[in-house]
Design a protein around this ligand. Structure first.
Ligand SMILES: CC(C)(COP(=O)(O)OP(=O)(O)OC[C@H]1O[C@@H](n2cnc3c(N)ncnc32)[C@H](O)[C@@H]1OP(=O)(O)O)[C@@H](O)C(=O)NCCC(=O)NCCS
Length: 166
């Protein structure tokens, strides 16, 4: 299957199972997030239902199969931060490195602009090579590195903060 057929659309309740499978892969791989608690489809249905119009979840679909998802997340509930969004992007293991993440990030940037956000920010592991390449490719700059920011499986880990003014 080629990526020509990649469709990116808003997620619905029926996508919860695919989203949770892909998210749990990212959690288990220990490459994407400080989150360690795997989720269930039921929990992701509530997560989807609780999101307002400024915090969409998008899915990338190939021939009817969801191969990745991304979301615009609230950065901080204080009013002054209304124009900053944090985001997530996760691609199914077998589909990584084939352009799906790029497609999702382009769609997230476009949606963020439509929603009148001023800036996107992210937090990642500096050793996530695919993530670092992806974010640099789409113009994110490094704000800095939090040293020993999380205790993951008994090891202190650094996180990198990046931003892009839209
Ligand atoms: C990080 C992730 C979203 C990137 O999506 P992807 O579909 O794999 O990436 P793409 O194929 O769109 O490639 C994006 C860029 O990364 C590069 N890249 C992809 N995989 C790479 C790897 N393993 N090592 C180094 N660079 C890599 C590509 O060459 C491309 O760069 P270019 O445009 O300059 O050529 C995806 O790998 C993933 O879901 N990983 C696990 C979850 C995760 O880490 N999420 C991000 C949390 S911060």
């Amino acid at each position: 299957m080629t990526l020509d057929a990649l469709t990116i659309r808003d997620a619905g309740e029926a996508d919860a199972a695919a989203i949770v499978t892909i998210y749990n892969q990212g959690i288990a791989d220990r490459i994407a997030t400080l989150e360690t608690e795997e989720r269930t489809p039921e929990e992701r249905k509530h997560w989807l239902a609780a999101r307002g119009p400024r915090h969409p979840v998008l899915v990338a679909e190939l021939d009817g199969t969801v191969v990745g998802w991304g979301s615009l997340n609230q950065f901080n509930p204080r009013k002054a931060y209304d124009f900053v969004a944090d985001f997530s992007v996760y691609v199914e293991r077998a589909w990584r490195g084939k352009g799906v993440g790029g497609g999702l990030l382009r769609a997230l940037i476009a949606r963020a602009k439509q929603l009148d956000y001023h800036k996107l920010v992210l937090s990642a592991f500096p050793w996530n090579a695919a993530g670092m390449a992806l974010y640099q490719r789409y113009g994110f700059r490094t704000v800095g590195i939090y040293k020993e920011q999380g205790l993951l499986d008994g090891e202190w880990v650094d996180t990198i903060i990046m931003e892009k003014i839209l």
